[in-house]
Design a binder for this molecule. Sequence first.
Ligand SMILES: [Zn+2]
Length: 101
Amino acid sequence: MTPLIMERWILQPSPGNCHGCRYLAGVGPFVSHTAPRPPLHEHCNCVIRVIPTGGLGLGARAAMEAQARRNTARVSSILRRASTLVDRPPTTGPVDTIVDA
Ligand SMILES: [Zn+2]
């Protein structure tokens, strides 16, 4: 079976690092070419990168692929949520504090 190619949102420093970008970086993997595309907001420097999976064991890869398929299946609601987070004031907290409702 061909391994699934996955990608993720990489948060980059920008003048207005926003909740939306932090949220997108925090949701994890997507199936390749299905993640939302930057820029999410003005001056957004975020990028989409393919996730290197060569070092993953079979179990870890399977778990990541399942998560990627879940994220891709609900990408429109993820993007909608990210868009509603854009207008909130930026924070300096870790990405992990933003959880999906
Ligand atoms: Zn951004």
